[in-house]
Design a binder for this molecule. Structure first.
Ligand code: SAH
Length: 306
């Protein structure tokens, strides 16, 4: 159990002894009569790591090292971290345990993220995205993904998505691109430097029956496929700073008269990096039109000015 502020540091410590990685399970509450869940970013999350069985060599010492490192972290003055708990899973639990941590999740006013192994009774107006997170990032559990989905809804409400060409930089599981098609985008190109993410995005696009309008390929920007009306970039602050000029170049420039330039939705910005990203965007000729926040994360929506 770790307070949101400590989650990243705790995951890092657990990951040192867990070759298969760690899972972060945010606190959630059930909504819509138990049919959906909503993440509560202010409540502590559970960070879980899977190790070799307790009687294999090295496991006991790995647990001890982890306990010590967590103790040091706590002494660092971060907000509360709960006690390290251990439990032995049998083989079957082991293979499916991680699935317990993905609820059906409601995001914004329309999106419902449904892990493929769960069921959801659709309510009127629901846009259900069926996702198999696999190894790719983009389950909807992370605040930065949710900020982007909210941004997409706003674009749809403002009439920007209908018929639009969209670029999804760092598409991960494809969650944002699939959402964009669902809300009316004519065409989405997803790019990701991780070939496994591209594979997951393509499979998820097929699963959601949007493959005709959404392609994914390995790589980054420049995409060579611009200009785009809208660009999504849920990356991290340092990459957004580095790629600001290239992101601008992917966007449709402002036209003659009152025709505005294309829009960028950039996310994955931790609050202490907000200023750097704003500055880089300003220098690149991107005018920030809106800021969205969830906890300590934020997204910036910007328009191409020149
Ligand atoms: N769009 C998804 C995933 C975001 S995670 C969502 O919103 O949930 C960020 C993704 O960017 C990762 O899949 C990572 O592999 C990819 N990535 C990292 N650096 C990149 C770069 N320079 N160009 C393109 N993709 C990149």
């Amino acid at each position: 159990m770790a307070d949101q502020e400590a989650v990243e540091a705790v995951s890092e410590i657990l990951a040192r002894v867990a070759p298969a990685g760690v899972s972060i399970e945010p606190a959630f509450e059930l909504a819509a009569e138990g049919l959906a869940a909503r993440v509560i970013p202010t409540r502590p999350a559970v960070v879980r790591a899977y190790l070799a069985p307790a009687d294999s060599p090295g496991t006991a010492s790995a647990v001890e090292r982890t306990r010590t490192a967590l103790g040091h972290l706590q002494a660092f003055g971060l907000r509360p971290i709960g006690d390290l708990e251990t439990r032995t899973l049998d083989d079957e639990d082991w293979a499916t345990a991680w699935k317990d941590s993905f609820p059906v999740l409601r995001v914004g006013s329309r999106f419902v993220i449904r892990p493929t192994w769960r069921r959801h009774r659709r309510l009127p107006g629901d846009e259900v995205l069926a996702l198999d997170p696999g190894v790719a990032f983009g389950t909807g559990l992370h605040p930065t993904t949710r900020l982007c989905l909210q941004g997409l809804e706003a674009w749809a409400d403002e009439g920007r998505l209908g018929g639009a060409r969209v670029l999804d930089v760092g598409c991960g599981s494809g969650i944002l691109g699939i959402g964009a098609v669902r809300l009316g985008a004519a065409e989405v190109l997803g790019v990701d430097v991780d070939p496994l993410a591209v594979e997951a995005a393509a499979a998820n696009a097929r699963r959601n029956r949007v493959a005709r309008r959404m392609r994914a390929r390995t790589g980054s920007i420049p995409s060579g496929a611009g200009p785009f009306d809208l660009v999504l970039a849920n990356l991290i602050a340092s990459l957004l700073v580095e790629l600001a000029g290239l992101l601008r170049d992917e966007l449709r420039p402002a036209g003659v008269g009152a025709v505005a330039g294309g829009r960028l939705l950039a996310s994955g910005i931790f609050e202490d990096r907000e200023r750097d990203v704003r500055e880089a965007f300003g220098d690149a000729g991107l005018g920030v039109v809106r800021t969205r926040r969830e906890g300590e994360w934020l997204s910036l929506e910007a328009e191409r000015l020149r």
